[in-house]
Design a protein. Structure first.
Length: 540
């Protein structure tokens, strides 16, 4: 039979203080008896190992842990006692429970000031309390996530990665817009994930720039150099941004105004849509509630929505590389197209080439493989040919003349291939198929990377798996075999004849590059109806 405390917690978690008061009011217990009942709580009632003011405990039922009402009640309980914890939870909930760790401090409004909980310390405390966990996502690195067990967040990865790519597009477009209007010093803009972390005072942001605009700079009476102000921008492109989602940003802005040594700041928050209470809070605090439509017009805003949808569904449905290229070209005009978009475009081109190049029964994009709960690898494009051959393609879409980082080659050879191969050997659809690991790269490789790949090729036993690298010329030859003129034009426009490549430094000449003398016509020799006689035992 449920005890009184369990019955009180059925509607949702609660702090021990209000719970004790309800035990007194509803069950006639004395205050001392109520406190004793809470101290001696037993399953299914649990208490969170996180400090609250006046030694309060956060009580919840086992079945409620990790639910939406659990996080909402916890954030509400933490708001009065320690707002930093609440802001971290609000930030995660607003971002589908997954934030790249390098973005965590900016999203959660964590301060680097004295007597404040710094971003990495805040994350560490919530991990120790069992609320958050480190979660590695290919392409994003280590992320902050709710602690709900390995693999749970993978369902959100396509949406999160798509949103982050489009947010990157918006940030670069905002940068171009702000530069053109002289909102900040032209060469002093900082954007997240590019070099130095964007900062104003003790806080991190998505985009910042010092500004000498008259309303922001403080001009001395003697005609000397003015004290600079700042432009600070955060972006969150969810369908609707709620009140809780904007609270960390508002906290950062309010805190800046209290710091006497910091110049005036012009804050922008960029979102697709706002709830009414979120909009009211931003306006009340003098923050510009911008949208892509208000900044760049309806047509661009619709392109961004379409881009998110296309990127989110890429792993499930066939994406049209030609349509994606049209979006890419349009967004280039406002300065928003980025390297991440270029990489996604090459993945779409590669997937479509694989579909058309032979009798592929199943083509997937961005397939994630996990091992031991932590080790993770992603296959950009994967194709299965009648259970006889499976292709795992690593896509590196670079400008002509650009060099691929050696680390990318190391990760592919030493981490991704071993993890994916071990998983394939236990997959009934793949364990008897020939495994083909290929890297399609439109740039070049360093001599060290070229030597390492060649050495690994010589060491691999053919009955285990094959290892190949295809250059831009090889990929182009495969595309020509499909006889798809639109696909070929997209590839040539963005990867072999790109106008951006004209701006490369002399140290990066536009030379044709062919590693190991590979021939494109041989790369899909596995597309055959002949049975593969190799046994899984020989390949294990």
């Amino acid at each position: 039979m449920a005890n009184e405390l369990e019955m009180l917690l059925r509607p949702g978690p609660s702090l021990s203080g209000p719970a004790a008061q309800l035990l007194v009011e509803q069950f006639g217990m004395s205050p001392a008896a109520a406190r004793k009942r809470i101290q001696r709580h037993e399953s299914p009632v649990r208490a969170l190992e996180l400090s609250f003011p006046r030694r309060a405990q956060f009580l919840y039922l086992v079945k409620d842990y990790g639910t939406d009402k659990f996080w909402k009640a916890l954030a509400t309980s933490l708001e009065d006692g320690n707002g930093a914890y609440a802001r971290a939870i609000w930030a995660l909930r607003a971002r589908d429970g997954l934030i790249p760790l390098k973005h965590f401090a900016a999203a959660a409004g964590a301060s680097h000031g004295t007597r404040q909980i710094r971003g990495h310390d805040l994350f560490g405390r919530l991990v120790t309390a069992g609320l958050l966990d480190e979660y590695e996502v290919p392409g994003l690195g280590v992320c902050a996530a709710f602690a709900r067990g390995a693999g749970y967040a993978d369902v959100h990865v396509p949406k999160v990665k798509a949103r982050l790519i489009v947010e990157d597009v918006v940030l670069h477009a905002v940068k171009r817009w702000a530069q053109n209007l002289a909102f900040g010093s032209y060469d002093s803009f900082a954007v997240r994930d590019e070099g130095s972390v964007p900062r104003v005072s003790n806080f991190e942001w998505d985009l910042t720039a010092p500004s000498y605009l008259s309303p922001l700079a403080i001009w001395p009476g003697d005609g000397g150099k003015p004290k600079q102000g700042f432009l600070a921008v955060d972006v969150l492109l969810q369908d609707v941004v709620t009140l809780d989602a904007v609270k960390p940003f508002v906290y950062k802005c309010q805190s800046l105004r209290k710091l006497a040594r910091v110049g005036r700041c012009l804050p922008f928050f960029v979102a697709n849509h706002y709830s009414r209470d979120a909009l009211d809070l931003l306006r009340k605090n003098g923050i510009v509630p911008a949208t892509p439509e208000s900044l760049f017009g309806h047509e661009v805003a619709q392109m961004l929505v379409e881009l998110v949808d296309m990127l989110s569904r890429a792993a499930e449905t066939a994406a049209d590389p030609v349509k994606f290229a049209e979006l890419f070209a349009s967004l280039e005009k406002i300065g928003g197209a980025t390297g991440n978009m270029r990489g996604a475009l090459f993945e779409f081109i590669s997937a479509e080439t694989l579909r058309q190049a032979g009798p592929v029964t199943d083509v997937q994009m961005n397939r994630i493989y996990r091992e031991n709960g932590k080790d993770v690898a992603e296959v950009d494009v994967q194709g299965l040919v009648r259970r006889q051959n499976v292709y795992f393609i690593e896509c590196k879409g670079l400008l002509p003349g650009s060099l691929l980082a050696d680390k990318d080659v190391d990760d592919w050879l030493d981490k991704r291939i071993p993890i994916v191969r071990r998983s394939a050997l236990t997959n009934p659809e793949m364990q008897h198929a020939k495994l083909n690991f290929e890297m399609w790269v439109t740039g070049g490789l360093s001599p060290e990377a070229t030597e390492k790949i060649a050495r690994r090729q010589s060491e691999v036993r053919p009955e285990l798996y094959s290892l190949k690298v295809l250059s831009a010329d090889d990929v182009e030859a495969l595309i020509r075999r499909t006889k798809d003129k639109s696909l070929l034009k997209v590839f040539e426009t963005h990867f072999t004849k790109s106008a951006l490549a004209e701006n490369l430094e002399p140290s990066q000449p536009r030379t044709k590059w062919s590693p190991f003398g590979s021939r494109a016509e041989d790369d899909f020799s596995g597309f055959t109806d002949k049975p593969d006689t190799e046994t899984s035992e020989a390949r294990s």
